[in-house]
Write a protein that binds this ligand. Structure first.
Ligand code: ADP
Ligand code: ZN
Length: 718
């Protein structure tokens, strides 16, 4: 079996990430390897996949019991036999594992270093009698004083190469700096190690810094939109974790504290509840997190200033391991910086004090940046990142704003006149004075009807969305969501408050493949996952990641074969749980007259995130121009897509952009007789969501054609 086949079969993924493939190849060739990858980058696979492919036992050295258990559960769910040996197990349990090891029934064995080398332990001699084929050292920076998480017991690993001279070693860490890296290589005595340094960019995380004033209110604001999400909030002191957790609880949040001073049992209970999504928020000191593999942490908040960028980056890196968009928010105050300066100096050690102060200073600089935060972080880790990222608070706010009070007044009064009973499509059609019969006769008599005809539909959709974001409007959470006024609306309507919106021409259209997911179905799928997880006695994310559920709710797989195309379904998961997950999809599809959209899924590509796709505004238009040039040279959409490794949908979006700018004639993309039909559908249903349009129009109309007509209807000289 090739590595890529094993990736699909055992892990349910169809593509390698970062340098996984090259790393795995080296390991399979028996070479020593040092792997540096950011948290969430996919380090585990670099030894788990070889372990599956090689004959014999892979020993994994890992610092924390919680981490071992998590990994072993995940492997077992995928049908790979793995176990750990540690002090939490009874002698009986340990004996059972030893027996299985003797019978070669275990592929991966997880151990803490002190377990392997501890005095009086004859484990090492036992292991030497087994066919060991690979040794993996996770969190390898723990061996270095220079790392931020030195663990003396890791120093014992220096003897590893003596004990197992012929066995390849792979060391893995998310700590990048040169000094630590060199130290790891020296201390482990690796032979001619190949080094793999992946990009440390975590494209799916949006970085934000907010001034720390009334931070509790600010925090509540932030959490308001994230009620269903899991998050970690870091505080500096133990006392404040408990106080904040209590405050959040009294606001109705399922929050618990976690810090090193708590009773062991309480810590374990809170952590477990968090892993199982019973507790949504953990308020913690930095003691929490290492060894937490929970993949669906949607946000990490720092209520207090971290001491250095390394720690900050690692902590924020715990968000979004599943690759879905996630947030990192830091509250900064100058007061925090001065307070920390006091702690930073190590009495009697000037050299060390200087280093700590410099690190703190870099952290303060980060908090005060007026330029792209991601760029700063990447440069801090010695990585080139020449462009603005387009997805940090600085990049996101560089858009030009304009006084949009009048526009806001028009929108709000339309909502008011329509008695807060209609969704945005209707409100926008009403504002634009659409002649469509979908607009009720009595509404056409209202004064507000048609007052927004000078603004394109596309712009109206944007403005309304922004007004919602700014809190001047809100969307009800009914089955058919309608626009409602808010407490802030009144002041705008009375002309007491000015509204600023982002000027539309400064926003580059994002290259997103706008296939919406079915929110109702996502909930059903989560329930199924929860039941399976309870049954299997593991956290839900071990069964399947949120990303996998989201894919299912997007592409509506109907058969096991289609389900195989969802990221995360390897053979064993498919066989064990596939049918259970198909049931809610099927029921949902019947109820809503939908059918499988799996054909729209490009071969098991992970959903890409914004910063991966459009690092800068400039690049956004470059990529379109490139498509346009290729198209003009006579190439088809398919061949451009193949050449540029983009999906045909993206290429079509690019082209429709040029229809909108008028540089391309609509007739080049759509047959004349089709245009009025598509236009009609768009007039009636809006174009926020493409899937329903496609459904109404049927198989004779492609997404490309629909997009082209949308571009044409919004053309700039319209
Ligand atoms: P790290 O140890 O580097 O922090 P993990 O090994 O925990 O990261 O991987 C993070 C997540 O990414 C896991 O859920 C893992 O299953 C997933 N993953 C790893 N490799 C791939 C891949 N090639 N395609 C899709 N998902 C992957
Ligand atoms: Zn940025």
């Amino acid at each position: 079996m090739t590595p890529i086949q094993a990736l699909q079969k055992y892990f349910g993924y169809s593509e390698f990430r970062h340098q996984q493939e090259a790393i795995i190849e080296h390991v399979l060739n028996g070479q020593d390897v040092l792997t540096l990858m950011p948290t969430g980058g996919g380090k585990s696979l670099c030894y788990q996949l070889p372990a599956v492919l090689m004959d014999g036992l892979t020993i994994v050295i890992s610092p924390l019991i919680a981490l071992m258990k998590d990994q072993v559960d995940s492997l077992n769910v995928n049908g790979i036999s793995a176990a750990f040996l540690n002090s939490s197990q009874s002698p009986d349990e340990q004996q059972r594992i030893t027996d299985r090891l003797k019978n070669n029934q275990i592929k991966l064995l997880y151990l803490a270093p002190e377990r392997l080398f501890g005095s009086g332990s004859n484990l090492i001699n036992f292991l030497k009698s087994l066919p060991v084929c690979l040794i993996a050292i996770d969190e390898a920076h723990c061996i270095s004083h220079w790392g931020h998480d030195f663990r003396p017991e890791y120093l014992m690993l220096a003897g590893l190469k003596n004990e197992f001279p012929k066995i390849p070693v792979i060391a893995l860490t998310a700590t990048a700096d040169q000094l630590t890296r060199k130290d790891i290589l020296d201390k482990l005595n690796l032979k001619n190690p190949a080094q793999f340094v992946s990009s440390f960019n975590r494209a799916n995380i949006t970085y934000r810094v907010a001034p720390k004033k009334n931070s509790f209110d600010q925090l509540l604001n932030f959490l308001e939109d994230r009620k269903e999400d899991s998050g970690i909030i870091y505080c500096l002191s133990r006392k404040s974790t408990e106080a904040l957790a209590a405050d959040l609880k009294s606001e109705g949040y399922a929050a618990e504290a976690y810090h090193a001073g708590m009773e062991h049992g309480d810590k374990a209970r809170n952590q477990e509840a968090f892993l199982r999504d019973d507790v949504k928020i953990i308020v913690a000191t930095i003691a929490f997190g290492m060894g937490i593999n929970k993949s669906n942490v949607r946000y990490v908040v720092h209520v207090d200033l971290p001491k250095n960028i390394e720690g900050y980056y690692q902590e924020t890196g715990r968000a979004g391991r599943d690759g879905l968009p996630s947030d990192a928010l830091l509250f900064y105050s100058y007061g925090d910086a001065t307070k920390l300066k006091g702690f930073a100096s190590v009495p009697g050690n000037e050299e060390q004090s200087a280093i700590m102060l410099k690190k703190l200073d870099d952290m303060v600089k980060y908090s005060q940046l007026q330029t792209c935060r991601r760029q700063y972080l990447m440069q801090y880790f010695d990585e080139e990142f020449p462009d603005n990222c387009g997805s940090c608070d600085i990049c996101l706010s560089e858009y030009e704003k304009f006084d949009a009070t009048l526009i806001a007044q028009k929108a709000l009064s339309a909502v008011y006149r329509l008695k807060e009973r209609f969704g945005n499509t209707y409100v926008i059609d009403f504002l634009r004075g659409s002649k469509s019969e979908k607009i009720r006769e009595e509404h056409k008599q209202l004064k507000t009807y048609g007052v927004g005809a000078d603004i394109s539909r596309a712009d109206w959709f944007r403005y309304i969305r922004e007004l919602v974001t700014l809190g001047y409007l809100r969307v009800s959470d009914d089955e058919y969501p309608v626009l409602k006024l808010t407490a802030k609306s009144d002041a705008v309507l009375k002309g007491l408050e000015k509204v600023e919106l982002i000027a539309s021409q400064t926003i580059e259209e994002r290259e997103q493949e706008i296939i919406p997911y079915e929110a109702g179905l996502l909930n059903d799928l989560k329930l199924v996952r929860r039941d399976i997880a309870i049954n299997e006695n593991v956290p839900a994310y071990i069964i399947l990641s949120d990303a996998a559920l989201l894919e299912m709710a997007t592409y509506l797989p109907e058969t096991l074969d289609e389900l195989r195309q969802i990221s995360g379904f390897g053979d064993v998961k498919l066989a064990r749980y596939g049918r259970e997950f198909l049931i809610p999809v099927k029921n949902y599809c019947v109820k809503h007259s939908l059918s499988s959209r799996i054909k729209q899924k490009s071969p098991k590509r992970e959903r890409k995130t914004r910063a991966e796709r459009t690092p800068t505004k400039r690049r956004g238009s470059d990529t379109k121009s490139e498509t346009f040039t290729l198209y003009r040279s006579g190439k088809t959409v398919e061949s451009i897509a193949a050449e540029r490794s983009l999906s045909p949908m993206t290429i079509e979006s690019h082209l429709s952009h040029f229809v909108q700018t008028g540089e391309m004639d609509i007739l080049e993309l759509v047959k004349e007789e089709k245009i009025p039909v598509i236009q009609d559908a768009i007039e009636s249903y809006g174009y926020e969501r493409l899937a329903p349009l496609k459904e109404v129009l049927g198989d004779n109309y492609t997404y490309g054609e629909i997009k082209a007509v949308i571009g044409w209807m919004n053309r700039d000289n319209n």
